[in-house]
Structure formats: C-alpha cells, structure tokens
Write a protein that binds this ligand. Sequence first.
Ligand SMILES: [Zn+2]
Length: 300
Amino acid sequence: MVHVLDTRQLGRPGIIAATAVETSDGLILFDTGPESTFTNVADGLRKVGFEPDDVRHVFLSHIHLDHAGAAWRFAELGATTYVHPRGAPHLLDPRKLIESAKRIFGDEMDKLWGRIAPVPAERLRVIEDGEIIRVGNLEVRAIATPGHASHHHVYVWDDSVFGGDIAGVQLGGAPPVPPFVPPELDIESWLESIAKLRELQVTKLYLPHFGLARGRIEEHLDILSERIRRWSEWLRDRLREGIEVEQLKPLFAEYEAADLRAGGASTEQVADYEAADPSYMAVTAAARYWRNHQSDAKSS
Ligand SMILES: [Zn+2]
C-alpha cells in the first residue's frame, strides 16, 4: 500500500510529496520533504493510521532540501536513512549544503526549508548502485541515475519505481518537465538515466513532484526526453547568441510557461510548476553546463 503524503510547503498543495510504503517491517518513506513541513507529513501519516516513528526506513533520491530536509527528524525517531555515497557526507555534516542553499535562497531559507541538522552516522546507510535492501516483505533496489544531481538514485520495488527528480516534475494532469538545477545538471547523463528507467519495465512511477504519474510510463519518458533536449538546446542557443544569464531568466520563464500552456496547463498550474521548479534555476544550470561543454556547443 502506497500513500502519497502532501507536504503542503508554504501552504501549497500538490507540489512536494513524501511517499510512504507499507511493509511488514514498518513504513518506508521515499524522500521526506523539507524540515519545514515535518508536521504536515506527520499529520498525513496519522490520517492513514500511522505515527511518524512508524517510519523505519527513509530512502532519499538525493539530498536537495525539498527531498531530504526532514531526514534528520525521522533519523531522530529511529529510522535508517539510505543515500547515494556522494550524498552521505552532506547529511553527516550539512554545513556546505546550508551555505550553498543560502547563496540561492538568502533570507527565505528558514521559511522554505526549516531547520537543517546532521543525520547521525549510526542512522545513515550508504546504498550503492544496484544494491538491494530487504525491508520486511519488500526488496528495494537502488539505481544510480545522475543528470539532475550527480548523487541521484531511483528506487524500484515490485512493479513500482520512485523516480526522484530525474523522472520529471508533473503536476495535476499537466505535462512532465525536467527540473534543471545547478550545479550538477548533466544533459547526457540525464538521457542515459532515462534509458535505465525504460529498461525497468515497471508499471507505476511515483514522483516527488507530484505523486503517481499519469498515463503510460514510456509516454511520460518520451515527453520528458523531448523537453530535456529541446529546452537545453534552446538555452544553449540563446547563450550562444550572447544573451546574459540575467536577461535570459525572464525569457526562459516565458518560454517554459508557453510550453506548459501548449501542453494543456492552466495559469494556476504554470504558477505551481514555478513553485516546484523555479525556471531561473534552469538558466543558471544550463549556463554552467554549456560553459563546461563548449566543444559540443560549437560543433552542433
Ligand atoms: Zn525536487
């Protein structure tokens, strides 16, 4: 039994989910949401008959604060946290993570993410690519899926996969889009990770943004891949024309909004996408990515 819990960050429903799965050994949580919404997740758990300390295992897709911010709260209650080897140091000592988030979010930090504290070493378990963790009656397999972040995992159990951010943001019935964020955006790796997702041949895809993906997974991934290519090339071409990052931010915001509306999104949904995945981040992410891939930019 799967429960998609709405973190309702900043009071907005349907943007960031924590996904709970019942097992014969207590609950698994795939991503926790930010610390600022811990009580909302706790309330969500109670609504389906559980307490926060029934969460025994927390599998993190990656360590960005909208996904892993509350991991230490569940660790405090005794849950084991599973994370990619490159994410682990930042959970044990989040100072760098806090610094880089402060550079992006400034005074909004506390309001957006709440308190950030270390996950104690005895509650942290590094999980490698392909590794299987048995939790009661379930087997959960980690698959390294870089692209959005270098330390990203998806997790597979039965006929389901928790897709993290590599599998796109899809809100309501609107189309899936790729969350491009600095500093580790890697377009080639992202497309390779999507190929790995296709090979799984599972039937259910759960997204942190937001919930069970609609329609067939293959189709979802087709639409997502097309946007990864087109958006990254659009951004590359504008940067090659010499448009500065700051000028490009509003232009890309409009490009993305038009793309979403063409895909059937309402004005309200366009605003929700902006909340789940701010468009300005795609511009700084792409500028950095294409700076490091100069040769590709010139040859094509
Ligand atoms: Zn996210």
